[in-house]
Ligand binder design. Structure first.
Ligand SMILES: NC(=O)c1ccc[n+]([C@@H]2O[C@H](COP(=O)([O-])OP(=O)(O)OC[C@H]3O[C@@H](n4cnc5c(N)ncnc54)[C@H](OP(=O)(O)O)[C@@H]3O)[C@@H](O)[C@H]2O)c1
Length: 394
């Protein structure tokens, strides 16, 4: 049984993660649950799963230090995920990562530490899980050392998929040379087709995502497409692919969760009905797949799957993130921190909707750039981003 520590247990991802554990009681157990303030709900979960509960601002880091887990699910919000992610890596425990801000702010540092410790960072975000699943083929770097596993005569070969796959050597999914492009799909959010003037959008409208039920911060980020920008950065570090080889395509039906284009011209995609339990479960069960009673994709009843280029004039967040990625260093940590404050200020009615990206851009331009090689530099960039964002006036 794999024992999982769930950080952010009362949130949208945490709730789905508990459901995945509930449906696979002999495969998964809960080593601990950490939340910030929702003690009542956390204690009910603690009783259900016979797991210790940690509450408070530093609950996640304490939970990592004090529990014995095989896997840590990081699903808190914002930079609060960084310290526990680094602590899990330091302990040599694999991480299932939902909190994309960890990679946005500190991807370079986190990946360097994980590599040094031999720790795996498994994606939970649906787009990144899709790419991860597309990369689970025995190709790319190291593949030549593997025995021939397909084609003619394959029936004589041992079972190489599903359960039992753990016996095969890990060929890796980072920095594969046979990948030419990653393509992230975006639902387009609630303002895909209007209004033209986004300045009078209200918090209620921005929080009304057409496809996914998520926490408030990620829902507003999805509506501005800042979330998709963050996902470019997340993919850049999770898969070690430069940001200029990561594209975004708008796909309102949210059935194709992302794609990988290979150097030979083949493109692989992962499809499923939108349900976060699918990628969460895959991060928990990887490299195996476990059966689950969930909605299945019925291609015959889908009237169409549509794709279009994102409108970067209406959604300038994508360009802003790519610019920050090019600048490197701690600029993306500033971006992430400033966005967190900007979204909170918008939800509090202090700034208008279109100010979110303007504020973030101003903070990124004004903050100093430092190398992304120490937690001190990331925390300094985060503090600078927050200060600039709090002081910004339109
Ligand atoms: N929701 C999705 O479908 C989705 C999809 C992809 C990626 N993500 C990413 O996953 C992360 C979580 O999103 P969400 O939608 O699940 O957020 P959410 O619903 O707002 O839940 C956040 C959870 O984190 C806890 N938390 C916040 N700060 C904490 C701290 N300092 N220490 C311990 N726990 C803390 C909260 O506890 P309290 O309840 O006590 O405040 C809550 O349990 C975000 O980074 C988001 O971008 C979400």
């Amino acid at each position: 049984m794999k024992r999982i520590l769930i950080l952010g247990a009362t949130g949208s991802i945490g709730t789905s993660a508990c459901d995945v554990v509930r449906t696979h009681p002999s495969d998964f157990g809960i080593a601990g649950l950490a939340v910030r303030s929702n003690r009542e709900k956390a204690e009910a979960l603690g009783r259900e799963f016979s797991a210790p509960v940690f509450c408070g601002e530093d609950a996640a880091a304490r939970a990592v230090a004090e529990t014995d887990a095989d896997l840590v699910l990081v699903s808190t919000v914002g930079l609060s995920g960084l310290a526990p992610t680094l602590a899990a890596i330091e302990k040599g425990v694999d991480v299932a990562l939902a909190t994309k801000e960890v990679m946005v702010a500190a991807g370079e540092l986190v990946c360097a530490r994980a590599e040094a410790k031999g720790v795996k960072i498994l994606p939970v975000d649906s787009e990144h899980s899709a790419i991860f699943q597309c990369l689970q083929s025995f190709g790319g770097r190291g593949a030549t050392a593997l025995p021939d596993i397909g084609g003619r005569g394959a029936t004589a070969l041992p079972d190489i998929g599903g359960r039992g796959a753990t016996a095969l050597p890990d060929v890796g999914w980072r920095g594969r040379r046979d990948v030419s492009r990653l393509i992230l799909t975006a639902s387009g959010g609630p303002f895909l087709d209007g209004p033209d003037d986004l300045s009078s959008v209200t918090p209620e409208q921005a929080l009304n995502h057409p496809r996914w039920k998520m926490g408030p911060k990620v829902t507003v980020d999805s509506s501005t497409m800042m979330n998709k920008g963050f996902e470019i950065l997340e993919a850049r570090w999770l898969f070690d692919v430069p940001a200029d080889r990561i594209d975004v395509v708008v796909h309102p039906e949210s059935i194709v969760h992302s794609l990988v284009e290979f150097t030979d011209g083949a493109t692989l995609a992962q499809l499923s009905p939108p349900d976060m339990r699918v990628p969460i479960q895959y991060a928990f069960s990887w490299p195996d797949r476990l059966p689950a009673e969930r909605a299945r994709l019925d291609l015959a009843t889908l009237s169409s799957l549509t794709f279009r280029a994102p409108d970067e004039a209406r959604f300038p967040a994508l360009r802003l993130v790519k610019d920050a990625a090019r600048a490197g260093g701690t600029k993306t940590a500033v971006l992430s921190a400033a966005d967190e404050v900007a979204v909170a200020r918008f939800l509090a009615g202090e700034i208008c909707y279109t100010d979110i990206v303007r504020l973030v851009e101003a903070a990124v331009d004004a903050a100093p750039d430092l190398p992304c090689d120490s937690i001190e530099n990331i925390l300094a960039a985060d503090a600078a981003g927050r200060k600039l964002a709090k002081e910004w006036n339109s």
